[in-house]
Write a protein that binds this ligand. Sequence first.
Ligand code: MN
Length: 310
Amino acid sequence: MGQIVLQLSNETLLKMKETYHKFLIATPPGALFSARTANTTITAYKSGKVLFQGKTPEVEANKWGSALPNQKHAHKKKETKHRYLPDQDLFTASIIGSDEAGTGDYFGPITVSAAYVKSDQIELLKELGVRDSKSLSDQSILDIAQQIFLLEIPYSLMILPNPKYNQLQKEGWSQGKMKTMLHDAAINSLLSKISPIKPDGILIDQFSEPHVYLNHLKSENKILPDSTYFITKAESQSTAVATASIIARASFVGEISRLSKQVGFTLPKGASAKVDQAASYIIQKKGVAYLHNVAKVHFANTKKALSHLK
Ligand code: MN
């Protein structure tokens, strides 16, 4: 199946809707209208983008305009070469993407999600605002996550609660190993969820060199699933990874508000001086041992919080 995207004026969109009025079908969320002819499904969005999908999408698309040129990433940072880098094709294929949240935050768990996005869902997810969750406010993350759930995108979610995190850390696990095992668990759980469907590939937002990831897997007698790729900043190129990043972030936001209720005040995110103060306050009110329930205690914030109390 091929697809073509055109950028068209509002006037043209109105004309199109008129032309296809006999072929209109249910409008997907976020779209203006959708029509299906004998060989093409046409979906128009408020932004003026129109998606033509089918065996010969050019038949209809050519009536309205010429395709958008492929956007080149002119000022992209040079990627360290390794054999697990994806081809450009993977970004428009039906793939599993995985990403995590909470790794740099003193309070709260690490959350890792994997999401399976089919190629014909990419444009709609983009229209719904699915992009790198780091550039979005907590509220928009929760809103967009809601939309993702409504679309019933298959996903999995792993949450590593603080007590377990601290225990593994004490046993000598690096954060890199924890992340590796969480990504692996999320991906495998999703692979069985969508079985017998096999994704065109699996893309992990790269957080360590692939050989380090592979060594962690090996240390727990696991192997990398077929067609797994790694690239840094994957969420900016792959909608599947961006979807996973939103789900992981939404879960992290939810966990932080749950833990905030538990401690009785709003826990700050990140690992700043504000976080040290919050940790000091918790130590004063509940004792230092309590931090094991809500924080990644090996972070320097614990020492700083203790030194504030002296
Ligand atoms: Mn990431």
